[in-house]
Design a protein around this ligand. Structure first.
Ligand code: SF4
Length: 98
């Protein structure tokens, strides 16, 4: 069995209302990007209770096969940033492949 330990880091996330967010950082174990056609954070959920963890989240999976950083539905960037894009919570590191 291979256990992945080399996930890209979620370097910054400013979505303070998310349960996993504290101090502009994501503290989930891992997040999934790509809820629908846009690079939405699929792990985001609004909660008044927040995690007590201080770990830094990784990108566990990404469904954005058309992103320049995506290889075989996994993110290959060193780190990503998550933030607001209109009404959505998006991976701001997304870059459409040409
Ligand atoms: S940078 Fe691209 S491949 Fe990496 S999580 Fe964001 S959308 Fe997915």
């Amino acid at each position: 069995m291979i256990i992945a330990t080399d996930m890209p880091e979620v370097a910054k996330c400013v979505i303070s209302q998310c349960a996993y967010n504290a101090d502009e950082s994501c503290h989930a174990r891992a997040i999934t990007i790509g809820d629908g056609p846009d690079p939405d954070c699929d792990t985001y959920f609004d909660s008044s209770k927040h995690t007590e963890s201080d770990r830094t989240a990784g990108v566990g999976a990404c469904k954005m096969g058309d992103c320049a950083h995506n290889d075989d539905f996994e993110c290959t960037a060193d780190a990503i940033q998550v933030g607001q894009n209109g009404n959505a919570v998006n991976c701001l590191t997304y870059s459409a492949a040409h």
